[in-house]
Design a protein around this ligand. Structure first.
Ligand SMILES: [Zn+2]
Length: 273
C-alpha cells in the first residue's frame, strides 16, 4: 500500500504543512538527505516515517519555540519541534500527538537497530510484524520501549522539585528515572526519590502516562506523599532539590513536557470512554 502521509523528521523536529498537517509528498529538496525510512500505519492511514540527515549546525536549526511563532517556514511548510506540537492547542497538532510520537519512536528504533546482537548479521524487515529479523539465526527484534517514571512528591502544600546536575540546569524539574528489572513502577518511584534526594515517600498514585520518543521512553507519571527524611541530594544527578509552595513554583519545564503535564494535571491522551 502506497503511503499517503509523510512524517518527516530531522532529529526531534517534524516537517509540517502550513496547516499543521503532515505532507503527502516529501519535498524534492529533502530527497537527497533521507538516511532512513519506515512504512507503517499511523492514525489508520498508510504512512511513511522519514529521517533526514542534520544538514545544519545545531545552533542554526532553531525552528519553533513552544510558545513563539514558527521559524524556518518556506513555501512547502515549516519545521516544528515535536515538543511544540505536543504543547499546541491547535486541533491539527492535537491529532498528530499520537501518530507523530509513534512515528519518531519507531524511526529512532529502526535507525539504531541494524545488526543481530547474537551473531552480527545485518537485519532485514520482518515479513508480517513491525520488527527486524536475522536471516542467519532467526532472532527477531521488536521495537524497544524504555519505561521510566516521573514523580511529583507532595508535603502538605509544598512539592519537591530539583535542578539536574547535567542538563536543563535553569529549570526545577520533577524527579524521574528508568524502571529496573524486577521492580514495580511504585517501587521504582520510591527508589528514585530516595536515591536522588534521600526522601522516603508513601502512597505513590498513578497520574497519567505519555510516549516520549527521545529516543524511546514511555513516561509513567505519579504523585506521591512525603513520608520521612530530610533532603540530601545525590550530587552526581541532582545539583539542588527543594520544597516549593504549590502556588509559588519556580521556573519549571515548559508546556509540552511530561513534567508540565504532571504539575498541571493535563496529559495529552486522557482515557475517554
Ligand atoms: Zn543472528
Amino acid at each position: 500500500m502506497e503511503p499517503i502521509d509523510q512524517y518527516i523528521f530531522r532529529s526531534s523536529e517534524i516537517f509540517l504543512t502550513h496547516n499543521n498537517t503532515v505532507p503527502a509528498e516529501i519535498p524534492a529538496k529533502f530527497r537527497d538527505s533521507v538516511i532512513d525510512s519506515l512504512d507503517m500505519v499511523l492514525a489508520g492511514r498508510p504512512a511513511r516515517a522519514v529521517l533526514l540527515q542534520e544538514t545544519q549546525p545545531k545552533s542554526a536549526v532553531v525552528s519553533s519555540s513552544v510558545s513563539g511563532p514558527p521559524h524556518q517556514a518556506d513555501e512547502d511548510g515549516v519545521w516544528m519541534r515535536l515538543r511544540a506540537v505536543l504543547a499546541s492547542d491547535d486541533p491539527a497538532c492535537r491529532a498528530l500527538v499520537s501518530p507523530a510520537s509513534r512515528a519518531l519512536g519507531l524511526l529512532n528504533w529502526h535507525h539504531s537497530t541494524r545488526f543481530c546482537s547474537r551473531c552480527g548479521t545485518p537485519l532485514s524487515a520482518h515479513p508480517s510484524e513491525i520488527a527486524l529479523r536475522c536471516e542467519s539465526c532467526s532472532s527477531v527484534y521488536f521495537p524497544r520501549i524504555s519505561p521510566a517514571i516521573i514523580v511529583l512528591v507532595h508535603k502538605g502544600n509544598d512539592v519537591l522539585l530539583a535542578r539536574h546536575a547535567n542538563r536543563n540546569q535553569d529549570v526545577w524539574a520533577c524527579l524521574a528515572g528508568f524502571l529496573e528489572h524486577g521492580e514495580t513502577l511504585e517501587e521504582c518511584v520510591a527508589r528514585e526519590v530516595y536515591e536522588e534526594t534521600g526522601v522516603r515517600i508513601r502512597n505513590a498514585r498513578y497520574a497519567g502516562s505519555q510516549s516520549w520518543p527521545y529516543p524511546d521512553q514511555h513516561m509513567v507519571a505519579f504523585h506521591a506523599e512525603w513520608d520521612s527524611g530530610e533532603i540530601r541530594v545525590d550530587p552526581a544527578e541532582i545539583s539542588e532539590a527543594r520544597w516549593f509552595p504549590w502556588n509559588d513554583l519556580p521556573a519549571h519545564p515548559q508546556q509540552g513536557t511530561v513534567a508540565w503535564n504532571l504539575i498541571h494535571g493535563i496529559f495529552p491522551q486522557q482515557f475517554k470512554k
